[in-house]
Design a binder for this molecule. Structure first.
Ligand code: 13P
Length: 287
């Protein structure tokens, strides 16, 4: 059964480790992440962006797929199904579709409007036992080929949003989605320190978890990050493994054209990355 992300993140914050949020792209991704979490005895958060939800056939399809796999694979570790960077409408749709956790990303809105909408969603989620993530300070990334450097959130604004009773807070600290550019300055620990002091026991979320040097990830966890989001590294590994399969001409041997055979090395690649991240975040054995 799906659970809210609240309890696993409160435990992670108190225990100074982080829970991995891994984005779903299809059935193979979902199965690979769930099987690895079970093997590692680690709690896990399955992230779904609005774009990925459209690709996979909508929120209800995803809820059905995940619930079916939890049962079929006999998953016993805590699993949350979480909307990633949701709009106000998307958040409401996921609450109705059976997600156990949602993110409302109001970071592009003026702070007062972000507060107003977040407040409404806190109430809507909490009557149903669903956890809510809010965001302050946009997390940049690649847009039309231009890579932003990542904003730093204002600690005062973080406190205003945290005080609304959200369960976790994403705050920009120089992190970005996708590949980091060669001239990236690294995470701003000064900002993270101030945000942590302002929000107290609120679990913080680090987006753009792919490609951040391991020592910086460890330091961010020490300073209050309890959830790390990863997508790009799984995608890169999947693509590299499937490329090897084609380059070796395996699709031309026997039944090598079977899509289940084509994707198998990619799935192995996703599992490898998820395992490495769980080890790095310290969530192994914490289920
Ligand atoms: P990456 O794709 O950079 O790992 O970021 C994932 C993420 O933050 C999803 O919200």
């Amino acid at each position: 059964m799906l659970v809210s992300a609240k309890e696993m993140l409160d435990k992670a914050k108190a225990g100074h480790y982080a829970v991995g949020h891994f984005n779903l792209n299809n059935l193979e991704w979902t199965r690979a992440i769930l099987e690895t979490a079970e093997e590692m005895r680690s709690p896990v958060i399955l992230g779904v962006s609005e774009g990925a939800a459209k690709y996979m056939g909508g929120y209800k399809t995803i809820v059905g797929m995940v619930n079916g796999l939890l049962d079929y694979l006999k998953i016993t570790v805590p699993v949350a199904l979480h909307l990633d960077h949701g709009s106000y409408e998307g958040a409401k749709a996921c609450i109705n579709a059976g997600f156990s956790s949602v993110m409302f990303d109001g970071s592009a809105l003026p702070i007062d409007e972000n507060i107003e909408k977040t407040k409404e969603l806190v109430a809507a989620c909490h009557v149903l036992g669903i956890s809510l993530e809010a965001e302050v300070g946009a997390i940049g990334g690649e847009e039309d080929g231009v890579i932003g450097m990542g904003e730093c959130a204002d600690p005062e604004e973080c406190k205003r949003i945290a005080d609304l009773g959200v369960d976790m807070l994403a705050a920009g600290i120089g992190n970005i989605h996708g590949k980091y550019p060669a001239n990236w300055q690294g995470l701003s620990f000064e900002t993270l320190d101030k945000i942590s002091a302002a929000v107290g026991s609120m679990p913080l979320v680090l987006h753009g978890g792919s490609g951040i040097p391991e020592d910086q990830v460890r330091k961010a966890i020490e300073l209050g990050v309890s959830k790390v989001n990863v997508n790009t590294e799984c995608q890169l590994e999947f693509a590299a493994e499937v490329r090897k399969y084609f380059e070796a001409g395996k699709d031309l041997e026997g039944k090598g054209f079977d899509p289940r055979k084509i994707m198998a090395p990619g799935v192995k690649g996703i599992k490898k990355i998820v395992k490495e991240k769980m080890e790095l975040f310290g969530s192994v054995g914490k289920a």
